[in-house]
Design a binder for this molecule. Structure first.
Ligand SMILES: C[S@@+](CC[C@H](N)C(=O)[O-])C[C@H]1O[C@@H](n2cnc3c(N)ncnc32)[C@H](O)[C@@H]1O
Length: 279
């Protein structure tokens, strides 16, 4: 397609608005055009897990999307529980990573079983699809993750900060793939530390294109806020500028938060499953 000539051959055959994020077409487009992020992050995160002695066991992936990271974890010998609020993503993830288990739920509320690691890749913790999303809820989530992790377990994730806001006002971008086009308008409010992405997604169905519109609202967090919340939850924390060789885009920071081995409370039936290092 030459430029973004949305001519008459690109006819919208329907208008769908989703109360929540990532309806079927945007989930498809995210997987087709944007799963590079977790694909490039995967080797670095796997190395972090191994370096911390976590070579198998259960990893919970919050905001698992289409399950590409879950599949990489399965291939490396881990069990995975993926959690996502988008039914379309959960369906897709079950196809892409059939060895993993997936649950459709809000990551702010889903119950977290005892696990060796928790991950959340691609600014999932910033979204406010769940209306309860707030700083206080995020702090509560960190405390629940700390409780779910076995001693020595790790929480690896990235979050967007205020530097994600485009400089010089709203930014309009378009992206395209073989059978889709996506237009995004990004605006931010530095005072409120929020970001808004207005997305129009066009997906080819037969000879026509189907249009769906979504608005994604994100709460942006300063690194210092995240560090404080994690420390308060009981974690030892390291800030990462990237996942291995994959450098993060401007405004996104990753964190490696570790639960100490000593003085941690472990249920008796879990004691044998403490994190013990890679043979
Ligand atoms: C940018 S996508 C990243 C997906 C995936 N982690 C990846 O790297 O491809 C953000 C994901 O977070 C999920 N998400 C956002 N808020 C959520 C919530 N409150 N509960 C569950 N999932 C959520 C979205 O549905 C979406 O799958």
């Amino acid at each position: 397609m030459g430029g973004i000539a949305l001519t008459c051959e690109l006819t919208a055959i329907g208008m769908m608005t989703h109360m929540k994020g990532y309806g079927a077409d945007l989930a498809y487009v995210h997987d087709a055009g944007f799963s590079d992020y977790c694909r490039k992050a995967a080797p670095g995160i796997l190395r972090l897990l191994k370096r911390d002695g976590i070579c198998n066991g259960l990893v919970i992936d919050l905001g698992c999307g289409s399950g590409r990271w879950a599949r990489a974890l399965n291939q490396a010998g881990y069990e995975v529980l993926g959690i996502d609020q988008s039914p379309a993503f959960v369906r897709m993830a079950r196809r892409i990573a059939p060895q993993s288990r997936f649950v459709k739920a809000s990551l702010l509320r889903a119950s977290l079983p005892a696990c060796h690691a928790v991950t959340s890749i691609g600014e999932c913790l910033n979204y406010s699809f769940d209306r309860r999303a707030s700083r206080a809820e995020l702090a509560r989530l960190f405390a629940r993750i700390h409780r779910a992790l076995l001693p020595g377990g790790v929480f690896i994730f990235d979050v967007a900060g205020p530097r994600r806001i485009p400089e010089g006002g709203p930014r309009r971008q378009w992206h395209q793939g073989k059978e889709w086009v996506m237009l995004v308008e990004t605006t931010g409010d530095p005072k409120r530390k929020t970001l808004r992405r207005k997305i129009a997604c066009l997906r080819k169905r037969g000879r026509l294109y189907r249009r769906s519109d979504e608005i994604h609202r994100l709460n942006l967090y300063e690194q210092s806020e995240i560090l404080e919340m994690l420390t308060h939850a009981g974690f030892r924390v390291r800030r990462l500028t990237g996942y291995g060789r994959f450098g993060l885009p401007q405004g996104i920071t990753a964190f490696l938060a570790t639960k100490g081995r000593e003085g941690s409370w472990v249920r008796p039936h879990q004691a044998s499953r403490q994190v013990i290092g890679c043979g």
